[in-house]
Design a protein around this ligand. Sequence first.
Ligand code: CTP
Length: 404
Amino acid sequence: MNDLAGKHIVLGLTGGIACYKAAELCRALVKEGATVQVVMTEAAAQFITPVTMQALSNRPVYTSQWDGREANNMAHINLSREADAILIAPCSADFMAKLLHGGADELLSLMCLARPMDKVPLLIAPAMNREMWAHPATRRNVAQLQADGCTVFEVGSGEQACGETGDGRMLEAQELIQDVVAFFQPKVLSSQHVLITAGPTYEAIDPVRGITNLSSGKMGFAIARAAQEAGAEVTLVAGPVALSTPRGVRRVDVKSASNMLAACVEYARAASIFVAAAAVADWRPAAPAEHKLKKDGSGRTPALEFVENPDILATLAQSPRAQSGDLYCVGFAAESQDLLDNATAKRIRKGVPLLVGNIGPATFGQDDNALLLVDTTGATEIPRNSKLALARQLVAEIARRIEH
Ligand code: CTP
């Protein structure tokens, strides 16, 4: 992963126990390809040493506005001019209050005030006790910082270092890195609401057995993440999969195709884009047994009868909102051969403006894939790449098509 390649991040640390997480965050930023310049307040240096942060960032740390290493002795100007973003993590309640008033009595706040606001975004990851976070003063400060153009990341919830439980602790490094990566993605789907299906479905035979397939859900989850990064509100209707929910995505877990259809019909009312990435079972047992089917000793096998499942994509594609252009529907086709012909025919059969073809056995469970996009004008190949990279390209292709 190199999602921050070429980005230069000034990582500011202020006083708080969450400074220990900043070490891991620094490492994660570097792993994503960013160069990191650490700036610490005096209070931050009470919690973690500049030595640790220097070793992790591979650059000397700045702690004072009087740092003689700068030829012009203007660290606050030089550091802020080089940055693609200033990320303050952890940002204490006190430091938020200071930023808000334009305080500038030490290097980090001085640098934030001196930064060119149109070129260098300020991102902050608050970290504090739950009472401090809930205090009206902090609420006001968060609102004002946002109004001033600052991006305030969410806080985590749970057990705090002080022993209390509630909102206010800093997000984990792995969560923050996703938020930082998302911040830099182009917001091509802002004001859109995207509904996505992902994973397999599970069709019960009896209370303990069922029929499913090998879909891992990775592609649908990657599309959900990419759509969220692109600024959309995202609802992800997921069959049974072992994947964690992408940040900022509303997840609705379902089992069978019928459950999936019901959830999709409900959430499609508010959606503007529908992407059907799930591998929905085509058939289900006609009459699932109420109790576990038992061997009777005769060697006879149970006779299973099947009925066809509803076609979720076709149902939504034929809905009045889709027909009037308010819901843009995108289908997937997992084929084993003749991808172009099969995908072209399937697009017409399903009645969707865009169909994404892939070779089933080459994608199920894999981390990468290749896609063939088929629309009314022809076919476009998206060459083999990670599912997240493909999902970002697909999101860009969808955005381009709904603009016209
Ligand atoms: N799909 C759906 N509901 C179903 C079956 C499929 O929403 N009951 C959606 C899938 O999510 C995918 C697309 O339809 O976006 C294509 O599914 P696929 O199973 O590949 O196509 P089929 O219609 O089943 O055609 P075939 O079995 O001939 O390949």
